[in-house]
Design a protein around this ligand. Structure first.
Ligand code: AKG
Ligand code: FE2
Length: 147
């Protein structure tokens, strides 16, 4: 998996606009979580063999984590099997499919859940997306966070 961290202080403007729109939507639809004003976007690209082991996201500031500020994840391309749970044990984790266009928000008490990607399902991206964008096989995931 390739991982690129984009700090939005040195941003392409589009990231900032996208981030603002996403945060507004997340803040109003997941209003049980504290409000977030994202300043980081992590972009992951998975080939069809890509995986990401169960982990917690703890690189943000102590204050961000203590407040349970959410991260907002957006999936594009092929469907991923996404795991989450209270421990690093993948056999006990809950599995869900994240399809292209899905948005996942982990915040509040769920902010430190273990999570990961067990596999990416070949050729499951919507055909219109492939036709209109020429997106390569695999999956792109964007996560917006506040440091
Ligand atoms: O690809 C995903 O859905 C999860 C990405 C992730 O957990 C991360 O970047 O920390
Ligand atoms: Fe993560």
């Amino acid at each position: 998996m390739d991982q690129h961290v984009r700090s939005m202080e040195h941003k392409p403007r589009q990231y900032q606009m996208l981030s603002k729109m996403i945060a507004q939507t997340a803040n109003s639809t997941a209003s049980e979580f504290p409000q977030i004003n994202p300043d980081i976007c992590i972009v992951n690209y998975y080939t069809n063999f890509g995986k990401l082991g169960l982990h917690q996201d703890k690189d943000e500031s102590e204050s961000s984590l203590t407040k349970g500020l959410p991260f907002i994840s957006i999936s594009i391309g092929d469907t991923a099997e996404f795991l989450f749970g209270n421990t690093r044990d993948k056999d006990q984790a809950t599995k869900i499919n994240l399809e292209s266009g899905d948005v996942l928000i982990l915040g509040g008490e769920s902010r430190l859940l273990f999570h990961g990607v067990s596999h990416v399902k070949t050729d499951t991206a919507p055909s219109w997306l492939k036709e209109e964008t020429g997106i390569r096989p695999g999956r792109i995931n964007l996560t917006f966070r506040q440091y």
